[in-house]
Design a protein around this ligand. Sequence first.
Ligand code: FES
Length: 57
Amino acid sequence: MIVCSCNAIREQELRLAARQGHAEVEAVYARLGCEVNCGQCVPFALEIIEEESCVPA
Ligand code: FES
């Protein structure tokens, strides 16, 4: 599933990047070599990042 259509970021990619320890959308996107563009994906991306930060390493 695509989370960010501007950058074609898939949910799985986002989860993996979030598990690297970044808590902010901008930092996770930067990890993927992208940046927030339209911002439409930010609420959903944040949800995913928060879910991953609850998962023990
Ligand atoms: S959909 Fe992610 S920045 Fe536009």
